[in-house]
Design a protein around this ligand. Structure first.
Ligand code: FE2
Ligand code: FE2
Length: 288
């Protein structure tokens, strides 16, 4: 069984492509109250293929806009800065997340579908919880499982052993993942997020999305992403090999301060948002 060496890991994280500059520019612009629609348009239009992906995403059910959006300026005006920021990030991450992740039993497109669903669900929960940083919840949930892309090759060998230990020792998937590989996918994802210079609270959410009680910087944000992931798993989206192996933590539910009824309501609202997602995914896979 291959255990990942620290050097090996650093090299793998090094090999992950840097985020394109346009993402940082868009993040800065959407946080600046003085920026205008034109500023945002100018930055995005530099990249033609990104612009095309943004428009395709803007028209998906995820963002809940009922009419056809045909130009970038229409998208900015109709969806607003905050949603545009999320769409730009999703459109940028799209190619990376579309990859097949065989070690975790995820076919091409499944990690993307899972990540996008978690992102929209986390954003929705954050809004319901009246949390100011719903965009952060979106970003963190979109990136929560990026570590799987790196761990996948190791996981292909380790999977049988992980299952065996889970069964024999009644331990959690995450625990055995770390025990056998040396790192779990949250920790590796956090390393990638650090490489991308994302803020510490986002790095923390990615690291602890399965162990929200470990969060120090922002336990609420971590809990929101944790619960979003749990709901998406319950809906059966992007389950893979480990999908059902993570219970929703009581700590996270307490942080949210929501009743079971409210959580159930969120789940039914969100499944409406994701309703024609399959059609959208096929379309995306066919054309990108
Ligand atoms: Fe995960
Ligand atoms: Fe996940």
């Amino acid at each position: 069984m291959r255990k990942i060496s620290l050097e090996g890991l650093i090299q793998q994280v090094e090999d992950v492509p840097v985020l394109p500059n346009v993402v940082y520019q868009v993040m800065a612009l959407t946080e600046d109250p003085h920026s205008t629609i034109q500023d945002l348009e100018q930055v995005i239009l530099q990249d033609q293929s990104l612009t095309a992906r943004i428009l395709r995403l803007a028209n998906s059910a995820y963002y809940g806009y009922p009419r056809k959006i045909s130009t970038l300026s229409e998208a900015v005006v109709l969806l607003g800065f905050s949603t545009m920021r999320n769409i730009v990030l999703a459109a940028t991450m799209n190619k990376f997340l579309l990859q097949e992740v065989p070690g975790y039993g995820l076919q091409r497109g499944e990690l993307w579908r899972h990540s996008q669903s978690c992102a929209v669900t986390a954003w929705y929960i954050a809004k319901k919880a009246k949390m100011k940083q719903s965009d952060k919840a979106y970003t963190a949930a979109l990136l929560e499982d990026i570590g799987k892309v790196i761990l996948s090759i190791y996981m292909e060998e380790a999977y049988e052993e992980i299952l065996k230990r889970m069964e024999e020792e009644k331990r959690s998937f995450l625990h055995v993942e770390k025990e056998i590989l040396g790192f779990h996918h949250g920790e590796i994802g956090a390393k990638i997020a650090e490489k991308w210079n994302l803020p510490p609270d986002l790095v923390e959410v990615i690291a602890y999305h399965h162990e929200p009680e470990q969060a120090k910087e922002n336990p609420l944000l971590t809990s929101i992403v944790h619960v979003a992931n749990g709901l998406v798993m319950m809906m059966g989206i992007g389950l893979g090999v480990d999908g059902t192996a993570y219970p929703i933590s009581d700590f996270a539910l307490q942080q949210l301060g929501m009743s079971t009824l409210e959580i159930q309501q969120i789940m039914s609202d969100v499944s409406d948002l994701l309703v024609d997602e399959d059609a959208f995914l096929t379309d995306f896979l066919g054309r990108v």
